[in-house]
Ligand binder design. Structure first.
Ligand SMILES: [Fe+2]
Length: 314
C-alpha cells in the first residue's frame, strides 16, 4: 500500500464507525462545501481544501514520499522528534503513524468536536442544547491549541526525510464503536459489570498490569448503570462540563470515557452520573490497533512505540 492508500483507508474506516453514520458524515462535508462556495474568490485560496474531502481534519499526512510502497510502519500514540530519530535509527521504517494530532492536525483539533453534538444527541440530549454548550467549548479548545509548537515533529520528519501521518478521530471512532457493541451485547446491570467487561479486553488487561486499568471515577461499583453512554471516547477532546447535568436529564446513568479532568468529574458527581474511566493510552491503543490490523492483513509489518500496546486481532 502507498501512504495515500493507508491514509484513505483510515478515513474510510473512521466514517464507517462514525456515530453520525455515513450519511451524517456526508452532510457534514456538504455543509463545508456550501461554506466554501459562499466565500469571496480572494478567501477561497486560503481555504483548507482538504476540509472538503476529509471529515477528520485532526488527521493528516505531513511528509510523504509520493507512491512509496509501505512494508514496515512504526506506530505510536504520541510521536515527537525522539520517535522520528528512533525510526531513522531502525533504518527500514517506511512510514511513521502517530495517533495524537501534530502539525496542521493539532491546529484543527477543534474542527472534529462537532461530532460530539451528534453523539450527545444520539443518547438523547437535545441537539440545540448540545450545540449551544459545545460551541463555547469548541472555541476554547481552538484557542488552547493555538499556542502549541505545531511543526516541531513535522520539521523533524522533514529533516530526517521520514514519512509521517496521524490518525486521531478515525481511530477513536473505531474504539467507540467497538466498545459500544461490546456493552450492548453484554447489557451490564451494575457499574462493576461494566468494569468486568472492560477488563476482559486485552488492551485494558495490559493497562491493569501497570496500574492504569479501568476505574470508577464517579459513582460506585455497586450502583446500577441505567442507560450507558459512550460520549467521551471520540470527538477530539473533553466536551463542556455543563453537559453532565443535561446528560443526566436526558436519562443517561453511566458514562464510559477515556479520561476526565477534576472539574468534569465534580460536575458528573453532582449530576449523579456514574463515570467509568476505561483508560487513556489503553483506549487509544484499542482504536489504533483496530486500524493497524487492516494494514497487517495487507502484509505490512507493525513496530509499536510510544505507549501503543499492540494487540493484533488478525
Ligand atoms: Fe488520546
Amino acid at each position: 500500500m502507498t501512504i495515500k492508500e493507508i491514509f484513505n483507508l483510515t478515513v474510510q474506516m473512521g466514517i464507517k464507525a462514525d456515530f453520525r453514520g455515513e450519511d451524517g458524515v456526508r452532510e457534514f462535508l456538504e455543509e463545508k462545501k456550501k461554506k466554501y462556495e459562499k466565500l469571496p474568490e480572494e478567501k477561497k485560496t486560503d481555504f483548507d481544501k482538504e476540509a472538503l474531502e476529509n471529515p477528520y481534519l485532526d488527521s493528516r499526512i505531513y511528509n510523504s514520499e509520493e507512491g512509496k510502497e509501505v512494508k514496515r510502519v512504526m506506530a505510536g500514540i504520541d510521536i515527537g522528534p525522539a520517535e522520528i530519530l528512533m525510526a531513522k535509527e531502525f533504518g527500514d521504517i517506511d512510514l511513521i503513524i502517530a495517533h495524537h494530532p501534530i502539525g496542521k492536525g493539532l491546529a484543527h483539533l477543534a474542527d472534529v468536536m462537532d461530532l460530539q453534538c451528534d453523539v450527545l444527541n444520539y443518547y438523547g440530549v437535545p441537539i440545540n442544547v448540545a450545540e449551544g454548550l459545545m460551541k463555547e467549548r469548541i472555541s476554547e479548545v481552538a484557542r488552547g491549541v493555538n499556542s502549541a509548537n505545531h511543526q516541531r515533529t513535522v520539521d523533524a520528519a522533514k529533516l530526517m526525510k521520514m514519512s509521517l501521518m496521524n490518525s486521531h478521530t478515525p481511530c477513536d471512532n473505531l474504539a467507540a464503536s467497538f466498545l459500544k457493541k461490546k456493552i450492548e451485547e453484554k447489557d451490564p446491570k451494575r457499574v462493576s459489570d461494566v468494569l468486568e467487561i472492560l477488563k476482559e479486553i486485552p488492551e485494558y488487561k495490559e493497562a491493569g498490569k501497570i496500574g492504569v486499568g479501568p476505574k470508577v471515577f464517579a459513582g460506585s461499583p455497586e450502583n446500577r448503570c441505567g442507560k450507558i453512554a459512550l460520549t467521551e471516547i471520540t470527538g477530539g477532546t473533553e466536551g463542556s462540563p455543563k453537559l453532565y447535568e443535561k446528560m443526566s436529564q436526558a436519562g443517561i446513568g453511566t458514562i464510559i470515557g477515556m479520561h476526565i479532568s477534576e472539574e468534569h468529574k465534580k460536575e458528573a458527581e453532582s449530576s449523579h452520573l456514574n463515570v467509568v474511566i476505561a483508560g487513556h493510552m489503553s483506549s487509544d491503543s484499542l482504536g489504533v490497533n483496530l486500524f493497524l490490523d487492516e494494514l497487517e492483513k495487507k502484509g505490512i509489518e507493525i513496530v509499536p512505540c510510544s505507549g501503543l500496546t499492540r494487540i493484533s486481532r488478525v
